[in-house]
Design a binder for this molecule. Structure first.
Ligand code: PMP
Length: 447
């Protein structure tokens, strides 16, 4: 009877939840693309546990796979041969048919840990210590990966950072549309036409070259980390050819290209299973987490044998947990059988088209709509001319209104002014239309 209310308990004994809403949401259960609060109210989950619940909440196939393994054994460590680990690695490597040299899997427990291992591998293999990352990137919160994360709020004066290259951000980047004949904006900001003739990304590659020339001893680098689409940073989609040209430059200087697929992997971008494939780039190390096991703590690094060898017999206690492997294998099967990558493209394209129309219809507020598949960002501004970021209070008012009307969205970007739309990949066109109506209504009430 003296038990504290859950709100009171969380505020006194835990460090979360983040106050995104005027009242905390107390969740009871999830099913597919929906979650339900303790009053039985249903919400369409357009943020999927921070881009993690790729195949939907409580998918029966995943429950079955986990239960089956749980009845055999839960944990043995990396000391033994295990069927569920072999089955998963085999299944996962099938997804690297175009990059068969990426043939060794190393299993860990979170995206931060996976990036930490990638960093370790890159330094061991190249025997170099310089690392390049993009401005506004997010690669994790453990100390080593905080050095890779370039979001202002996460910076710490006592951590040695990486060399930070300018993100070729088509909306807020500093180099512009004069480098592309199709750009609607001819003076400032880069282009996002995604066509072959577009030179917009070349200035950014030149800037990277200058970093190598002026900041890195003998131009020798361990590697460059790139999120295939920048996630936390605001769903920033780079102009065509940037990733390919930038990473080839790094590779020419002895460094590795580490593709951070923590958010962009597992079919979310619709056109490809891995985001890097959309750039035509060739990574040396691929880092994955989040959707890999739909929320069961699990993550992986996939790389070339000669790179993996540098850490010898890599082990960590939970790495390759057999239940995680069983769930992760079921995730791959469900994505394939339910054609979730194709669905991401279909429903994502519908959402992008409708959001672009809304951007054009509404005076000011929506500055930019971007993304690929179900990896979407809606950047809010006070006016389209100055691109001044929309105030946080107004962003929160819209988020709260959406929540009241049964829609949960994410928020991000350097100024906290980007709505992030990354639902489970099983959503339907009807769900998308419901979300569009709720969001439009919430934005209009703020005009
Ligand atoms: N990389 C990217 C691109 C991410 O978005 C995240 C998590 N937001 C991470 C790495 C770190 O993953 P985790 O939170 O599992 O440590």
């Amino acid at each position: 009877t003296n038990r504290k209310s859950i709100n009171e308990f969380f505020s006194q004994h835990l460090s979360f939840p983040f106050l995104q809403y005027k009242e905390h949401l107390h969740v009871a259960r999830g099913e597919g693309q929906f979650i339900y609060d303790t009053n039985g109210k249903r919400y369409l989950d357009f943020f999927a546990g921070i881009v993690t619940v790729g195949v939907g909440h409580c998918h029966p196939r995943l429950i079955e796979a986990a239960t089956k393994q749980m009845k055999k054994y839960w944990h043995l460590s990396t000391y033994y041969l295990q069927d569920s680990v072999r089955d998963y690695a085999e299944n996962l490597l099938e997804h690297f048919q175009d990059d068969k040299h990426l043939s060794v899997c190393l299993f860990v427990n979170s995206g931060s840990e996976a990036n930490d291992l990638a960093l370790h591998l890159a330094k061991e293999y190249t025997k170099q210590s310089e690392v390049i990352t993009l401005r506004n990137s997010y690669h994790g919160v453990i100390q080593s990966t905080l050095c890779l994360t370039n979001i202002a709020g996460f910076k710490r004066s006592y951590l040695t950072g990486s060399r930070v290259a300018m993100t070729p951000d088509p909306y807020r980047g500093i180099w512009g549309g004069q480098y592309c004949r199709d750009s609607p904006i001819q003076t400032t900001r880069s282009c996002n036409c995604q066509k072959d003739h577009c030179q917009a990304s070349d200035r950014y590659v030149e800037q990277l070259e200058q970093i190598l020339d002026y900041e890195v001893p003998k131009k020798k680098v361990a590697g460059m980390f790139i999120e295939s689409i920048q996630g936390y940073g605001g769903s920033v989609q780079y102009p065509k050819n940037y990733v390919k040209k930038a990473t080839e430059l790094v590779q020419q200087n002895g460094g590795l290209y580490i593709a951070d697929e923590v958010q962009s992997g597992f079919g979310r971008t619709g056109t490809h299973f891995w985001g890097y494939q959309g750039h035509g780039a060739k990574p040396d190390i691929v880092v994955m987490a989040k959707a890999i096991a739909n929320g069961f703590p699990f993550a992986a690094v996939v790389t070339r044998p000669e790179i993996a060898k540098t850490v010898g017999n890599y082990f960590n206690t939970y790495g390759g947990n057999p239940i995680g492997c069983a769930v992760a294998s079921a995730v791959l099967d469900v994505i394939k059988e339910e054609k979730l990558q194709e669905n991401s493209l279909r429903v994502g394209t519908h959402l992008l088209e409708k959001l672009a129309k809304l951007r054009d219809q509404l005076p000011n507020v929506i500055g930019d709509v971007r993304g690929k598949g179900l990896f979407i960002g809606v950047e809010m501004v006070t006016d389209k001319e100055s691109r001044k970021p929309y105030p946080i209070e107004k962003m929160n008012a819209i988020l709260n209104r959406c929540r009241d009307n049964g829609l949960l969205l994410g928020k991000g970007g350097n100024f906290g002014n980007v709505f992030r739309i990354k639902p489970p990949m099983c959503i339907t066109i009807e769900d998308a239309d419901f979300a569009l109506n709720v969001l439009e209504d919430a934005i209009r009430k703020e005009l």
